[in-house]
Design a protein around this ligand. Structure first.
Ligand code: ADP
Ligand code: MG
Length: 347
């Protein structure tokens, strides 16, 4: 790689993947320097709210807060749900990633990813919040594009590539070629809805109330997109509150049950992927036929989802290495390497 391909810029420039669940920050020429939950804890005293904790520290408080403290996820619905809190969160992460704002001087250039489904108003809000947080210049990059670059796909070639990015709030399906999105669609299905489906399934079937942290742990440990051959698979002990007795209780939950709770959501992800393939231009479709589909995002780590998607489409499906980091790595690459500069929108 020749040095001249890299743009001048300060070594404090950042690429940010502002996800609904995790924020990942990439520092120019350094790589990923921060990866924390997109969570903010607010404390209210005498009617006035102030930020009590952000990121990993705030996540620890999730579901365990006293009455005057509330934890919120400002990006909950795929885009910014609470702009003021989101801005404070972005500012905090920028400072933390750069080791303190004083060092920035003129302020960094920041590339920030946005879901393809974001409206113009939402794009502007994210741009403004990043700018207010201290950026000298803000570039917006489509999340699917960043994910593809981060997964190592050659999006600057005239070759069709398909990416399915499953995050906390949404699944983004995209077909890319020559630095652009030839097709993109977003469905509001992701890790959050999987957690909710698990919690509500266990409530219905076992009369047990569990929190979102527990639901997520069940998903990661024994969750699967496919019914185990014996219908049961691995089992796990789960604690919560018995709805009838109102007391703490423990039940045993099986992989087969979880597969059932998740089946509807898995079907929606498959549906969105099939629908993208049906709409792809013939030339691109033939490239995808050769290359297959790449999955990124935390949701793509759900056990057997790659296999289910491969069976449904008849195409090879791979989960990208470092699936949770692809968007930040790709946005960082776009910031560093002029070959990719064209994939970012200048605002
Ligand atoms: P976002 O971009 O919306 O912040 P991420 O790509 O960071 O989302 O993915 C976060 C989601 O991935 C969460 O819902 C998390 O529970 C889920 N996740 C992480 N690891 C796994 C795993 N091993 N199995 C299933 N889901 C996972
Ligand atoms: Mg994401």
């Amino acid at each position: 790689m020749r040095f001249s391909r890299f743009l001048s810029g300060s070594s404090y420039d950042l690429a940010i993947d502002l996800g609904t669940v995790n924020t990942v920050v990439y520092l120019r020429n350094r790589g990923i320097v921060l990866n924390e939950p997109s969570v903010v804890a607010l404390e209210t005293l005498n009617g006035v709210s102030r930020v009590r904790a952000i990121g990993a520290e705030a996540k620890l408080m999730l579901g365990k807060t006293p009455d005057n403290v509330s934890t919120i996820r400002p990006m909950r619905d795929g885009v910014i749900a609470d702009i003021d809190v989101a801005e404070q969160m972005i500012k905090y992460f920028i400072g933390k990633a750069g080791g303190g704002s004083r060092k920035f001087g003129r302020g960094p250039e920041i590339a920030i990813s946005i879901p393809s489904s974001a409206t113009q108003v939402e794009r502007r809000a994210i741009q403004q919040a990043t700018s207010n947080a201290g950026a000298r210049k803000v570039y917006l990059i489509e999340e699917s594009m960043a994910a593809a670059i981060g997964a190592g796909l050659r999006v600057i070639d005239p070759l069709g590539a398909m990416v399915v990015d499953i995050g906390g709030g949404t699944t983004e399906v995209a077909i890319l070629s020559l630095r652009g999105l030839a097709y993109s669609a977003s469905v509001r299905v992701g890790g959050d809805r999987m957690d909710e489906a698990i919690a509500s399934g266990i409530r219905r079937k076992h009369n047990l109330m569990i929190g979102e942290v527990t639901a997520e742990r069940i998903k990661v440990e024994i969750g699967t997109a496919q019914m185990p051959p014996d219908g049961v698979g691995a089992v796990m002990r789960v604690r919560g509150r018995d709805l009838v007795k109102g007391m703490p209780a423990e039940v045993e939950v099986s992989q087969g049950e979880i597969a059932q709770f998740l089946s509807d959501l898995v079907a929606q992800i498959v549906e969105a992927t099939l629908s993208a393939l049906e709409k792809a231009e013939p030339e691109l479709a033939s490239d995808i036929y050769d290359q297959g589909i790449v999955m990124t995002g935390g949701g793509s780590l759900l056990a057997d989802l790659d296999e289910v998607l491969s069976k449904a489409t008849g195409l090879p499906v791979v989960v990208a290495d470092n699936a949770l980091m692809c968007v930040a790595n790709g946005a960082g690459r776009a910031l560093e390497d002029s070959e990719y500069r064209g994939v970012m929108a200048d605002v």
